[in-house]
Ligand binder design. Sequence first.
Ligand SMILES: NC(=O)c1ccc[n+]([C@@H]2O[C@H](COP(=O)([O-])OP(=O)(O)OC[C@H]3O[C@@H](n4cnc5c(N)ncnc54)[C@H](OP(=O)(O)O)[C@@H]3O)[C@@H](O)[C@H]2O)c1
Length: 257
Amino acid sequence: MKKIHLITGASSGMGMEFVRQLKGSVNDEEFWLIARRKEKMEALLRQEGLRGRAFGLDLTQTESFQEIKQALALEDVRIITLVNAAGYGKIGDFKDISEKDALGMVDLNCRALLAITKLSLPYLVRGSVIYQFASVAAFLPQPYFAVYAAGKAFVLSFSRALNQELKRYGIQVVAICPNPVETEFFQRAGVEKEVNLIKKIGMEPKEKVVATAIKRAKRGKDISISHYTAKTIYLISRLLPHGFVLRMEEKFLRSKV
Ligand SMILES: NC(=O)c1ccc[n+]([C@@H]2O[C@H](COP(=O)([O-])OP(=O)(O)OC[C@H]3O[C@@H](n4cnc5c(N)ncnc54)[C@H](OP(=O)(O)O)[C@@H]3O)[C@@H](O)[C@H]2O)c1
């Protein structure tokens, strides 16, 4: 029986960091990595001296889910860790964001996360952990990051509810809500002016995001927020009327985007 860590978005950023930090967490482990750039994941497996497989797949395409499903069905596997890190965000006025990008964000950040979680369920065992990448953007609707923030709210809500459902099977779900993190994410997010705006809320290192999430899982928590700004925004989202916060956000952001 193979014990595997199944990680999407493992060719870069926080998915890749998860590979490094999970290394050695169980005996006889294998890493099954999914992203479009297969060569980056193969190089990672080689560099880290890990056993496993790299799947070069576009997770916005339904056929990709089928391929993972088949690979899992062909072997005797248990999924010890599932990390859904594949994701991207486009900043800007909704009317200016292409239809491809608007739908693409939903397809990758929500639909693929849901599909990979669903197809993994039969292979999860007591003690397995699912890490889902939400964001600080999940806490409030966000003008000029509207689709991304709405998608991450979906991830947060879905993950916390699923954690409650899976508790009785000894399976844990942790929703990770990072502040901005310096990864390739910002190469895709928008132009420099827009990106700098998001970065202004405070950057945090990917190593800390991942280490905190692993610690939170060990403590049985369903949400991981590692930066004080994100914790403050979480509190604001609970305390202040959203209508008021939205007006403030929009006023501030309109002058910048
Ligand atoms: N960085 C931040 O500021 C930040 C803050 C909060 C939350 N997050 C969330 O954290 C997660 C990880 O982001 P990151 O910062 O590590 O970003 P990143 O460095 O850009 O990594 C994103 C990963 O997603 C993969 N990916 C993108 N499009 C894909 C597709 N169509 N099919 C399959 N894989 C795809 C990329 O691989 P390929 O290009 O090889 O496909 C890459 O491995 C995301 O869900 C993001 O929304 C990020």
